[in-house]
Write a protein that binds this ligand. Structure first.
Ligand SMILES: [Zn+2]
Length: 384
């Protein structure tokens, strides 16, 4: 197979393992997986002066490479997947945006086939069960209260590949929907919400375990009305998503979340739309027109931020070089934590023997130099 070495030893790099970073470490790749020991004819790649970290896991992503997961053809969805792989994301969940129920059911069918083929790791339904007060880049006329029967319809249409629903849990039917999702092992994520602190606590008690892009599309942190942010940050059962593109969050907000929740409860996501890895211009986000200028996506009408153009290699580099988060902590929140939440940590999310050989090579400035997925170079480092 092109680009695939059956037995390869990556030598000389700083390797980030679940137990910590090993200087001058070795990662052995065999048959697409990480192996415990090398065979004699193994090819050695010298990665001195580089980092080797696990492949990134993005649990919230709407597209890239000019293609949309919400509306694109199968070919276009695969273009988006490939674009994000080239930026280090070796495991990716496709997120939809608010649309008509029939349309979302149709999309669930298309995307679920790509999950079954191994191109995607699952589907995240963001909307339509969200708050009109915090709609962000979702079509207001198509929003609706969470209805467990409709949630079930979407789950059924996804044939077991639905991994997460973002809900405004304070709306009628919200708590019942959280119960339903939790019973089926699907993540109930609180987001695009106008909930109070107390309503958020109630949703967490009901089984919600993720905060969809914490800080964005929810009330701010107030000292008399702490709102969802305080409830989501303080509860150990909740993982908080953060969009680290420098537009969605001030570095101090990101640091606050890391500090308060701890690295074990942060998931770095992109919330990317089509322009990620592609460029400025006019795009569609579901039914809404978006203008991307200088890498910032905004609705043409109203100017709301409309997803990001972020890729996870940039999120990683920012976290280390601008936000000063320790590398081990960034690795946890960009690989291990989302992999655990998605139920795929046995296969991916850390560099351990037996797991898929999904890894990213970074240089000393944390610029991406190589990506391997299942033992195959997506981008082969031009070194060694
Ligand atoms: Zn999103």
């Amino acid at each position: 197979m092109a680009g695939r070495a059956d037995s390869t030893v990556l030598a000389g790099a700083r390797v980030v393992l679940p137990t910590g970073t090993v200087d001058n470490g070795r990662v052995i790749v065999e048959g697409g997986r990480i192996a415990g020991s090398a065979t004699r004819d193994a090819r050695t790649v010298d990665l001195t002066g580089h980092w080797v970290v696990p492949g990134f896991v993005d649990m919230h992503n709407h597209g890239g490479g000019g293609a949309s997961f919400t509306s694109g053809t199968v070919e276009e969805v695969l273009t988006g997947v490939r674009t994000h792989r080239e930026h280090g994301t070796t495991t990716l969940v496709a997120s939809t945006v608010t649309g008509e129920m029939d349309f979302l059911i149709e999309r669930a069918g298309i995307l679920s086939e790509l999950v079954q083929q191994g191109d995607l790791a699952g589907i995240h339904f963001e909307g339509p069960f969200i708050s009109p007060c915090r709609k962000g880049a979702h079509s207001e006329s198509l929003l609706r209260d969470p209805d467990p029967a409709e949630v079930r319809k979407l789950m059924d249409a996804a044939h077991g590949t639905a991994k997460m629903f973002t809900l405004a849990t304070e709306l009628p039917g919200g708590i019942e929907s959280v119960h339903l999702l939790a019973e089926h092992g699907v993540i109930a994520a609180i987001g695009h919400t106008d909930a109070t602190y107390e309503q958020t606590v109630e949703a967490i008690e009901a089984g919600a375990t993720v905060a969809t892009h914490l800080f964005n599309a929810m009330p701010g942190l107030g000292h008399r009305a702490p709102g969802p942010i305080a409830a989501l940050l303080e509860d150990e059962r909740v993982t908080v998503e953060l969009i680290n593109d420098g537009t969605h969050l001030h570095p101090a907000a990101l640091e606050l979340a890391y500090h308060h929740a701890g690295a074990a409860r942060v998931a770095l996501i992109t919330d990317a739309m089509d322009a990620a890895g592609f460029g400025d211009g006019r795009y569609q986000l579901g039914p809404l027109a978006v203008e991307v200028k200088d890498g910032v996506a905004r609705l043409v009408e109203g100017g709301s931020i409309a997803g990001s153009t972020l890729t996870l290699d940039t999120a990683f580099r920012r976290a280390v070089t601008i936000d000063r988060i320790p590398v081990d902590d960034v690795v946890r929140s960009i690989s291990a934590n989302p992999a655990r939440l998605l139920g795929v940590y046995d296969e991916v999310g850390s560099l351990e023997p037996g797991k898929d050989a999904d890894l990213v090579v970074l240089d000393e400035e944390f610029v991406l130099r190589g990506v391997m997925r299942k033992g195959e170079w997506i981008i082969e480092p031009g070194i060694g």
